[in-house]
Design a protein around this ligand. Structure first.
Ligand SMILES: Nc1ncnc2c1ncn2[C@@H]1O[C@H](COP(=O)(O)OP(=O)(O)OP(=O)(O)O)[C@@H](O)[C@H]1O
Ligand SMILES: C[C@@](O)(CCO)CC(=O)[O-]
Length: 618
């Protein structure tokens, strides 16, 4: 009732038998007690309705209702999409109709979330201390304006500004490799990140600087790229499950020198970048820009460096190809007054600032880049790089429930990451396990089942409020050892990883360790119990470093994808918008942040980036 009253008061045509103006209120009251949990409303504009549905956080988007949590849908594009529009119209089903099912959450949270969504979508504004509806005609005019100037509140159109993006790496606690074959993996973001900075060029060239891959720089004339083989993928369309082999071949043979001349790490990164750039280009637009990539993650070490690179490239390209928008700057929830800037809407800050539709689109394209780099990725790494936090991930296509579920309780665990510094190739290791499975399906099938049980057990333990902290930590330790043993059987360990395990398990440390990520070298993850003294941790780090291993004490479960806010009022230090025509001579490297971004030390990079202004995170 409260939701219906809110919508009706705001002036939306609201259908709910509890409202006094409902035409069949009397009939309903004769045959039923109460008014039920389902209602619907019209906004007057299908696009606006889509934005509202996409902007809700607590209301889950769902085709069919019947759940304890609150759900939202647009029947005409979801449950009733298969009925042709004429029949829908004849039956009086408005195209802009939004249907809601109210669940058991706190009504105040539900109303707050709905108000935020209406505000974010541009359906209401905040004036005189209250939300008021923006007439649909104004909304349409604003939408038209947004097409020519998509970043409302920013200083310049998007192709003329610098975009600064970042995404975290990941640690897989349970289920690597097995996840490729349908097992659920448990993974979380780490606070080491990849950063990408784009600055505009005005010379019809495209260039990329890979700071971590031998400082490799590559430049292309946009007109020389093999456009003749590109099958355009229009905005809103999904990339097919398979890579376009013609485009892959054309990039390798015509846009890049033969692979032998290019280090393979750079080759993979460049192919992935160009593949996305060319696939995303549409409407004859070919933005000319320079992009610099820098990461605080070790590359090729099992911490998801490729996925965080893929997420940064996908985000930058989706922004520059005008396929995603940063949400408009919300109105202050309290009016600004003298000496009071007003209260900025909370959803513009922190983890919730980038809406799910932006995150989903970036994730889809980051997965495409991962396919270019890895062949057959499960999607867990890019999902963590985009969504952050800790999650249980099951790849689709194995006849069971797939997707992501957030995991609570992971953030409180302490880990030490140890880099064996032994290089390896994820693509080959994943292919090796697939070959083993093809040769011995029964044995590998049993290992996969055992790894699934380990992940299930870990999730149960993490979710069990009755379990003492000591029991939880000893359960996770035992499961870490067990999972590692299975990875050894799959043939993806390495002598260096066994040395790390032996060192961390030795007295006085007695800690459990497993390889993480693809293995074959790369990183191991060690669970550090709460009571483990700082002096012991330092002694362990010294012991590991004496073997020439690298160590990272990292926190897990932090933010996913981030975009530095393009709004002037959110920028604290430097102007993020570059000169109109940066460095006309070369067309490149003229942006205001480029020099500083390239020269700041790796250890200072996170703080430097954070201090530039407000980051909008998923
Ligand atoms: N900072 C970066 N700049 C450019 N390319 C990168 C960067 N980080 C990763 N890559 C690309 O990703 C490849 C590394 O992928 P790989 O999967 O082997 O390592 P990883 O992602 O660190 O490990 P895992 O997949 O086990 O988590 C590199 O060879 C390079 O092509
Ligand atoms: C080895 C693997 O399971 C994790 C790599 O980080 C591969 C994948 O899931 O794509």
């Amino acid at each position: 009732m409260l939701v219906a009253q809110l919508l009706s008061r705001l002036g939306f045509v609201t259908h709910y038998p509890g409202l006094p103006n409902h035409p069949d209120k009397d009939v309903h009251e004769r045959i039923a007690d109460g008014y039920g949990a389902v209602l619907s409303f019209e906004t007057g504009d299908k696009g606006l309705s889509e934005r509202i549905v996409g902007a809700t956080r607590l209301w889950g988007i769902s085709v069919s209702f019947g759940c304890v949590n609150s759900l939202i849908s647009m029947p005409c594009v979801m449950s009733h999409a298969s009925i042709d529009p004429a029949t829908r119209a004849a039956r009086g089903l408005p195209e802009d109709l939004i249907r809601l099912c109210v669940g058991i959450e706190d009504p105040a949270d539900l109303i707050d979330d709905l108000q935020h969504a209406l505000l974010e979508a541009g359906a209401v504004m905040f004036a005189a201390n209250d939300y008021v509806r923006i007439p649909t005609s104004i909304n349409r005019a604003v939408e038209k304006l947004a097409i020519s100037e998509p970043i409302r509140g920013g200083a310049r159109p998007r192709e003329n500004r610098e975009w600064f993006v970042s995404a975290p790496g990941k640690v897989i606690l349970f289920g690597e490799h097995a996840v490729v074959h349908g097992v659920t993996a448990i993974a979380a973001s780490v606070d080491l990140r990849c950063y990408g900075l784009t600055s505009p060029r005005h010379d019809k060239k495209l260039s990329i600087h890979l700071s971590d891959i031998g400082n490799h720089t590559h430049e292309w004339d946009l007109d020389d790229l093999p456009w003749d083989v590109v099958t355009p993928i229009h905005p809103g369309e999904a990339h097919s499950d398979q890579l376009d082999q013609k485009l892959m071949d054309a990039i390798s043979t015509r846009a890049l020198p033969p692979a032998s001349e290019l280090p393979s790490k750079a080759h993979g990164a460049l192919v992935a970048f160009l593949y996305l750039y060319m696939s995303l280009a549409h409407g004859g637009e070919r933005p000319s820009f320079h992009i610099i990539i820098r990461s605080t993650l070790p590359v090729g070490a099992g911490l998801g460096s490729s996925a965080s690179y893929s997420a940064c490239v996908a985000t930058a390209l989706l922004l520059l190809h005008q396929r995603v928008n940063v949400p408009p700057l919300p109105a202050p929830t309290r009016q600004a007054a003298k000496d009071d800037p007003g209260h900025v809407h909370i959803s513009h800050q922190g983890r919730r600032a980038l809406p799910p539709d932006v995150a989903d689109e970036v994730n889809r394209w980051a997965f495409v880049a991962e396919k270019v780099l890895h062949g057959n990725p499960s999607g867990v790494d890019n999902s963590v790089a985009v969504f952050g936090g800790a999650l249980a991930y099951t790849r689709p296509g194995f006849g069971k429930k797939s997707g992501m579920e957030p995991i609570q309780g992971f953030k409180s665990l302490r880990f030490l990451l140890v880099d064996s510094k032994v290089p390896r190739d994820t693509k080959k290791l994943v292919a090796g396990v697939a070959m083993k499975k093809a040769e011995d399906p029964e044995v590998v099938g049993k290992i996969l089942d055992a790894i699934q049980s380990i992940g299930d057990e870990a999730r149960r333990a993490l979710a069990d409020p009755e379990l003492s902290r000591t029991s939880l930590l000893s359960a996770i330790s035992a499961l870490i050892d067990e999972n590692h043993a299975h990875l050894v059987s799959l043939g993806v360990s390495h002598p260096s990883l066994e040395t790390i395990r032996a060192t961390t398990a030795s007295q006085p440390f007695g800690l459990s360790t497993k390889l993480t990520g693809a293995g074959g070298g790369g990183c191991a993850v060690t669970l550090v119990p709460d009571e483990f003294a700082e002096s012991s941790l330092q002694a362990l780090i010294s012991a590991l470093e004496s073997h020439k291993f690298g160590t990272y004490s990292t926190s897990v479960g932090g933010s996913g994808l981030g975009i530095l806010s393009p709004y002037n009022q959110d920028v604290q230090n430097a102007p993020v918008t570059p000169p109109e025509t940066p460095d006309q001579e070369s067309g490149a490297r003229g942006g205001s942040l480029c020099g500083a971004f390239e020269s700041v030390s790796v250890s200072s990079l996170p703080k430097w980036a954070e201090d530039l202004g407000r980051w909008l995170y998923v």
